[in-house]
Design a protein around this ligand. Structure first.
Ligand code: G4P
Length: 542
């Protein structure tokens, strides 16, 4: 055994607790175009990770592209894959924190991917476009957060552009999703005329000062109410009046209600001008939860100061031409991770050497030597690791599996060149292990023509693109006319398979899935044969 793989030196429990306490691990959830990429850049800019906006998510017209790595993403200008961004931040009250921002795909077809990322965060920022309010994808992602009991900070963005009334937006949040909004800042100036915000905690005016093109962190001035009135006049007085209404309505920040997902602190920003971004970071530091004990599969709690444990929430390969390898992202749940540690892979109980750990910042990777609870480690070429797997040292722990969503689209895949069957099988298996696609098989269809199942049709595009590109095995896809799926059991297969418009296949995890052409057919069969097992799978949305 090389000295690099020697038994690790343990960190004291108090050090682990202190490091975990400094971590804030969160994701931004939003409908496409609400400004998630712009906000991510702005956050990193404020934390001085980058000096000029545009270095992380370069879209058309901005500088380089760091996280939108796939050709397809570039062509479409959407972010399909997730990235982990880590930066240090000192808040206004002098607290030193480490922020872990996990990026989530914007497109609804990748909601399963987003769901996996949300298993790895302690908090979510719900980003809303001030002109549009709650949009379908925001609602869908919000439901996932609620189900997972993830506290939510709401950010109303694009306040520099004409939009809706602030009080009306709060009503919409409360009315449609049942979260009580408790604004921490309030805009001075209507949407489209953004001067700054009234800080409801101090009563002061935080005035934002524009920089050329929003390219650098916006300076701000903190003014007392008299100076605010002098400078912003009626806009200030209106903000004061509206805040009085909020106070009278009891819309004050309530930490236990926020942590219990009953209320949401609200902030107003213009990500493109970098306005309000410092306030968001400060709220994350002051109010967002730090990593806490996690429940294992058997109901046991793994406290953060226990020995190292982590779970894989994402597996990704072929990230760019320079790194054609496979990366498993794991979120640390307890203890300290030191590169070179030999940990146990819970699924196989086999030792797993972590010599090649990296932190991934957009496309840049650096060797990662140490990680604490809340941090994300990228394990290179970890072919044994699957989404949901647990790694640990010391006492055995296995965290709950990450459920697979109910697919709604199905297609038979075949290798365009039938002599490349082995490569075809390898490629499909790889994409399946990454969670790009689910794979179903049956004796009737044979191994050369597996059925691919997806939550959204873009997953098929990604599969085709990657099979033909980096995996060098172009495929053809034949779409199948099924849209509903139920889980069944061996004794019901014969009957179901004999029905028209129904087919039973086995998913790689062993689940028997009955596919139906439409929900009416499924419902008739279910009504006429209540003895059959036809259990719904987890739906991709409400
Ligand atoms: P997404 O990741 O959520 O999909 O959104 P993204 O950041 O790409 O933002 C979508 C569009 O909204 C971009 O404009 C972006 O500049 C703009 N935007 C984001 N935040 C704000 C804001 O606070 N105020 C205003 N006025 N605009 C904002 P685009 O024209 O699509 O692209 P670009 O050429 O400006 O980059």
């Amino acid at each position: 055994m090389s000295s690099e793989l020697a038994a690790p030196e343990q960190a004291s429990a108090s050090r682990v607790i202190a490091e975990a306490g400094r971590r804030r691990t969160f994701a931004v959830i939003s409908h496409p175009d609400a400004g998630k990429s712009t906000l991510t850049e702005a956050l990193a800019l404020h934390a001085r990770v980058i000096t000029e906006a545009g270095a992380i998510h370069g879209k058309a017209g901005r500088r380089s592209t760091v996280s939108d790595w796939m050709d397809m993403e570039k062509a479409r200008g959407i972010s399909i894959t997730s990235t982990a961004l880590q930066f240090a931040y000192r808040s206004a009250d002098g607290t030193d924190c480490v922020i872990n921002l996990l990026d989530t795909p914007g497109h609804a077809d990748f909601s399963e991917d987003t769901y996996r990322v949300l298993t790895a965060v302690d908090c979510a920022v719900m980003l809303i476009d001030a002109a549009k309010g709650l949009e379908p994808q925001t609602l869908k992602l919000f439901q996932v957060c609620r189900q997972r009991e993830i506290p939510i900070i709401t950010v109303i963005n694009k306040w520099d552009r004409p939009g809706r009334d602030a009080l009306e937006l709060l009503d919409e949040i409360e009315g449609r999703i049942g979260l009580r909004p408790t604004p921490l800042t309030w805009p001075v100036g209507i949407a489209g005329d953004f001067h700054g915000v009234l800080d409801r905690r101090s009563g002061r005016f935080i005035r934002f000062i524009r920089t050329a093109g929003g390219a650098t962190a916006a300076p701000e001035e903190h003014l007392d109410p008299a100076a605010a009135e002098e400078l912003a006049g009626s806009a200030w007085l209106q903000a004061v009046e509206e805040c009085e209404l909020l106070t009278a309505d009891g819309a004050g920040f309530d930490s236990p209600a926020f942590l219990a997902c009953r209320s949401t602190p609200v902030l107003f920003t213009s990500a493109v001008l970098n306005f309000g971004v410092n306030q968001l970071l400060d709220v994350l530091v002051q109010h967002a939860p730090s990593p806490a004990a996690k429940v294992g599969r058997s109901g046991d709690l793994r406290p953060v100061d226990d020995e190292f444990s982590a779970f894989v929430f994402k597996v990704q390969a072929g990230m760019d031409a320079a790194h054609r390898d496979r990366l498993a992202y794991a979120r640390v749940c307890s203890g300290v991770f030191r590169r070179g540690d030999i940990v146990t892979h819970a699924a196989t109980r086999r030792p797993f050497a972590t010599k090649y750990a990296q932190s991934v910042f957009g496309q840049q990777r650096t060797v990662l030597d140490t990680a604490w609870p809340g941090d994300v480690i990228g394990l290179v070429n970890a072919t044994a690791l699957r989404v949901g797997d647990t790694l640990y040292r010391g006492d055995h722990v296995e965290f709950p599996a990450i459920p697979q969503f109910s697919p709604e689209h199905f297609a038979v895949a075949r290798a365009a060149d039938t002599s490349r069957h082995k490569a075809f099988r390898r490629g499909i298996t790889q994409l399946e292990q990454e969670g790009v696609i689910q794979v179903l098989r049956s004796d009737r269809r044979g191994d050369q023509a597996p059925v691919l199942a997806a939550v959204g049709p873009m997953q098929f595009e990604v599969t085709s693109h990657r099979m033909g590109g980096e995996l060098h095995t172009p495929i053809s896809l034949e779409h199948l006319n099924y849209s509903v799926v139920r889980r069944t059991r061996p004794e019901d297969v014969g009957f179901l398979d004999a029905q028209s418009g129904v087919e039973v296949l086995t998913r790689t995890d062993g689940a028997l899935l009955a596919l139906f052409s439409d929900k009416w057919r499924m419902e008739i069969i279910q009504r006429n044969h209540p003895e059959l097992m036809l259990d719904p799978l987890i739906a991709a949305g409400p």
